[in-house]
Ligand binder design. Structure first.
Ligand code: PLP
Length: 385
């Protein structure tokens, strides 16, 4: 099988499997218990917390474990709004993940004003927009670090500066950047940052929210004393162990994966452009998480390509996993100006640690033929601009 959907999720790293298996066999104590087997688990959790904090340039007490990247996003936005009852406005980008967009929809129903920052044709936000958009009633700005569908990296440092000048808190969803590019909370200048373990070769169902020391935010879940009373409930110990190990492996591997993935992705991108006519690349050529390659294949339905590739055991995506199967056109591709029929012809390939040169050669061998055959039977005629 050739797995090119690493932005949706990643396979577990063998070291993570090993660490989690060992933990499952040996440790079952409740980390809140005061006797040794409970304390031992608490120590293991805090070791994971320390590893993750270090990787982000943060301190251990600034990391709260959550159930997912989605939960971290919800927590950041709703928690801050809750802590500032006198404020009733938020600012997000038009191309956020549904974890932020749907939260904003919910808040709009609760009479919170949501302002959407537009993006250009490459998916980069308009930073000038903030000057007028921020008001004394703005509680938080939430802009994703990089987009999951097209990979465009946003100028978070610039937005942070603007937010600081205006005294507004800033959150970034770094689910797609952590482990791929440098994510340092101080360099980025953000107050809150979301991550998720299953995008970095860790387990599903565990994420983390970085909360800068001193940030005013209300708890997400009330109950016991866990997670400094910010997210009560007995911890997902096994998940946290896997998350910590996944980050340890990331740090150990350093830039090795990054360079290799970039090289493979460049080969794939060039190959598609050279071998397949009538394709349109979506995203920023340079400011992009390079392993994300999104192309529109004019005159085709993306699902037909996806299914044809799947028969060859090549797995790709038509966009974000969360909107897979949905009828509507990708909000990201619409926001960068694609016509609905062009957006519907788009395939995302996202590379990861376990992809090989052979994978890319196979895809470049199969895809042109698939596209050509499908075009022969396609009734769609899309006008080119
Ligand atoms: N934010 C972004 C940018 C994502 O790509 C994803 C997952 O696709 C999420 C949030 C949600 O993370 P999780 O699957 O851990 O809920």
């Amino acid at each position: 099988m050739i797995y090119l959907d690493n932005n949706a999720t990643t396979p577990l790293d063998p070291a993570v499997v090993e660490k989690m298996s060992q933990f499952l066999k040996e440790d079952f104590g409740n980390p809140s218990s005061l006797y040794p087997i409970g304390r031992a688990v608490k120590d293991i959790i805090n070791e994971g917390r320390e590893t993750i904090a270090k990787a982000l340039g943060a301190s251990r007490t600034e990391i709260v474990f959550t159930g997912s990247g989605t939960e971290s996003d919800n927590f950041a936005i709703r928690g801050v709004l809750d802590a500032f009852p006198e404020k009733d406005e938020i600012i997000i980008s038009a191309i956020e993940h549904p974890a932020v967009l749907r939260t904003a929809d919910y808040l709009e129903k609760k009479r919170i004003k949501v302002t959407y920052v537009p993006v250009d044709e490459f998916g980069t936000i308009d930073v000038d927009f903030f000057k007028d958009a921020i008001t004394p009633r703005t509680a938080i700005i939430s802009i994703m670090h990089a987009n999951n569908e097209i990979g465009t990296i946003q100028p978070i440092e610039t937005v942070s500066k603007i937010a600081k000048e205006k005294g507004v808190l800033i959150h970034t969803d770094a689910v797609q950047t952590f482990g791929k590019i440098d994510v340092d909370v101080n360099r980025l200048g953000i107050d809150l940052l979301s991550t998720s373990a299953h995008k970095i070769y860790g387990p599903k169902g565990v994420g983390a929210l970085y909360i800068r020391k001193g940030t005013k935010i209300s708890p997400l879940i009330y109950g016991g004393h866990q997670e400094r009373e910010m997210r009560a409930g007995t911890e997902n110990t096994i998940g946290i162990v896997g998350f910590g190990e996944a980050v340890r492996v990331l740090r150990e591997r350093g830039d090795k994966d990054k360079k290799r993935i970039e090289k493979l992705a460049e080969k794939l991108k060039k190959g598609i452009e050279e071998k397949i006519p009538k394709v349109k690349f979506n995203g920023h050529d340079k400011k992009r998480i390079k392993g994300t390659i999104n192309f529109s294949y004019l005159n085709l339905e993306a699902e037909a390509i996806l299914l044809a590739l799947a028969t060859k055991e090549i797995y790709v995506s038509t966009g974000s996993a969360c909107s897979e199967g949905a009828e509507e056109v990708s909000h990201v591709l619409s926001a960068i100006g694609l016509k609905p029929e062009v957006a519907r012809s788009s395939i995302r390939m996202s590379l990861g640690r376990f992809n090989t040169e052979e994978d890319i050669d196979t895809v470049l061998g199969e895809l042109p033929e698939i596209v050509e055959k499908l075009r022969q039977i396609s009734a769609l005629e899309i006008e080119e601009d």
